[in-house]
Design a protein around this ligand. Structure first.
Ligand code: AKG
Ligand code: FE2
Length: 329
């Protein structure tokens, strides 16, 4: 019989301390999600209640057209997406399709190892040799992409992004590999609860399973809950605006709440790259925008303090931004 994980520290010990992860539970044959992972009804993801697809928002933006007569339309589409949904997808982004496939395969290979091999790779140690080379390659080729996108987003605000500013906003880059095992009761739980990303921009590779949902702020269709699925598009990368970019742009760009559903049939992998400032950077609204807006919606904060607050609290959507909110504005 599969062991019960509903008592004491057994769950934490098995999943976290021993490095089995949630995958270990599934491999162990659990038939029911442990009590600890059951979400209150308002946090559960019901496909029927989500906003129906707004095609325009979800079509992938073809970055090869940045060097074609359609340049201005592409810039317009990126800027609009960052100002509204805070999420968009890009194709012809300069990261090869071969590398995208290797990243997904490496994530599966890593997570297929016995747990004792994985336990040493809990946060803060150098990456496993199984993923290191592809992760470094991803870091390298997506840095160009992040720069191109930030130049566009800054240009749209009327501000030039020089090398020093780019470095200060993306000095810390982290590649994560997420594994969402198939789940016996996907309707009762979530893969990742709602949160916003704290950095400047996130580049996310998702596989073909689907399940990434974004909250459309201020747009709730009748009888729906306001969430919209970012559909998997072969060869595309998902880009999302992080809290830092929302602060910097004095609120113009949206760091959207997002969350991930699990499924009962297949396991899913995703590989985000987070481009964030280093902890010693100060972040605050760009002075040019404060001047033109006549108000600073956020105060200047040390990014290290922002990070500490972000990780120090259980996530509740995008409440992390309150740390930098300017109460007098
Ligand atoms: O798995 C995904 O699609 C998204 C993961 C995510 O939001 C994150 O790692 O911050
Ligand atoms: Fe995220």
């Amino acid at each position: 019989m599969a062991p019960s994980f509903d008592e004491g520290n057994a769950l934490f010990d098995f999943v976290v301390q021993k490095g089995n992860g949630v995958k270990g539970l599934v491999d162990n044959g659990i038939k029911m999600v442990p009590q600890r992972y059951i979400q209150p009804p308002k946090e559960r993801i019901d496909k029927k209640n989500t906003n129906s697809n707004d095609q325009l928002l979800l079509e992938a933006i073809d970055l090869s057209k940045l060097h074609a007569p359609e340049h201005d339309q592409v810039v317009g589409a990126i800027s609009m997406a960052a100002e509204t949904l805070g999420f968009f997808q890009v194709v012809n982004h300069g990261v090869t399709l071969e590398l995208l496939e290797s990243l997904k395969a490496s994530a599966h290979n890593f997570f297929a190892q016995p747990s004792m091999n994985k336990a040493v790779y809990l946060k803060g140690v150098s990456p496993s040799p199984l993923v290191k080379d592809v992760a470094l390659e991803y870091l390298k080729s997506s840095t160009k992409l992040v720069k191109e996108l930030l130049e566009i987003l800054f240009g749209n605000l009327g501000v030039t992004l020089d090398e020093a500013k780019f470095e200060s906003l993306t000095g810390l880059k982290m590649v994560n590999m997420n594994f969402y095992p198939s789940c016996p009761n996907p309707e009762l739980t979530v893969g990742v609860g709602r949160h916003s990303d704290m950095g400047t921009l996130t580049v996310l590779l998702q596989d073909g399973i689907g399940g990434l949902y974004v909250l459309e702020e201020g747009h709730v269709e009748e009888g729906k809950d306001g969430w919209i699925e970012i559909p998997p598009i072969p060869g595309a990368l998902v880009i999302n605006v992080g809290d830092t970019m929302q602060i910097l742009s004095n609120g113009r760009y949206k760091s959207a709440e997002h969350r991930v559903r699990t499924t009962s049939s297949e396991s899913r992998v995703s590989v985000p790259l987070f481009a964030t400032p280093t902890p010693s950077e100060k972040i605050g609204p760009l002075p040019q925008l404060v001047e033109s807006d006549g108000v600073a919606h956020y105060k200047e904060v040390l990014f290290g303090d922002y990070m500490q607050n972000f990780f120090g609290k259980a996530h509740e959507g995008k409440k992390s931004l309150q740390f930098a909110q300017n109460d007098s504005a």
